[in-house]
Design a binder for this molecule. Structure first.
Ligand SMILES: C[S@@+](CC[C@H](N)C(=O)[O-])C[C@H]1O[C@@H](n2cnc3c(N)ncnc32)[C@H](O)[C@@H]1O
Length: 210
């Protein structure tokens, strides 16, 4: 059983290398059932120099507005390879590189927008990842998140508590996280926040103070 964040990160990388070929098929189902127009909601708010953290296979690419300059990072080369093909297929000019969300390989204040979808449930140290997102954002820059979170309904929360050990064991997916708590403790100013699907899904837009 891995113990440290770096052991867990290495383990996750192996998991995503293995899962990459089937990710798009599986995710298509969850998008229909859970996330609705979440990707459009997040990406339509991005502008300027944009960093997408844990970009995966690039499922957000079709939803960015024209004119954004997009950089994507991910732990897994296999996920990035699919993202590369998707970007090329769309004719989108995206800079992709391998990297760890918990230690972003960019200088401070490099980006106007940071996007992260469906990955803070997976990144071992989600708090550190949000602190890194803040570091690389320019003052006044925008953080855009979409994820499944700890449910607001008691019934669904009880279901999540039962499923959490299985979900973590088989997919390294945490069901009981709430990124908003770290966003607030990092001092971001929340502009817009919506919960839906019994409060299981949350999307938010927040600004780094100027
Ligand atoms: C559930 S997928 C989500 C992919 C994509 N964001 C999406 O919305 O479809 C989780 C992704 O997070 C990536 N990931 C997990 N931990 C990471 C880390 N520490 N740094 C960078 N990427 C990470 C995985 O490699 C995987 O591509």
């Amino acid at each position: 059983m891995p113990k440290t964040v770096s052991e867990e990160t290495e383990r996750l990388k192996r998991v995503w290398e293995r899962e990459a070929p089937t990710y798009d098929r599986r995710m298509g189902f969850f998008e229909r059932v859970l996330f609705g127009d979440g990707r459009e909601w997040v990406c339509s708010r991005a502008s300027g120099e944009v960093l997408e953290v844990a970009v995966g296979t690039g499922r957000n690419f079709p939803f960015y507005p024209q004119g954004v300059r997009l950089t994507g990072i991910d732990l897994s080369p296999a996920m990035l390879e699919i993202a590369r093909k998707r970007a090329d297929g769309l004719g989108a000019n995206v800079y992709l590189r391998e990297g760890d969300a918990q230690e972003l390989p960019f200088p401070g204040t490099s980006f106007e927008t940071v996007v992260c979808t469906l990955s803070l449930c997976n990144i071992p140290d989600d708090r550190r990842a949000i602190a890194e997102m803040k570091r690389v954002l320019r003052p006044g820059g925008r953080l855009l998140l979409l994820d499944h979170v700890r449910a607001s309904s008691k019934v669904w929360l009880a279901v999540q508590r039962v499923l959490e050990p299985l979900s973590w064991r088989f997919s390294r997916d945490h069901l009981l996280r709430r990124p908003l708590e770290h966003v607030l403790s990092e001092g971001f100013e929340v502009e817009q926040r919506e919960r839906y699907k019994a409060g299981i899904v949350e999307r938010l837009s927040a600004r780094k103070p100027g």
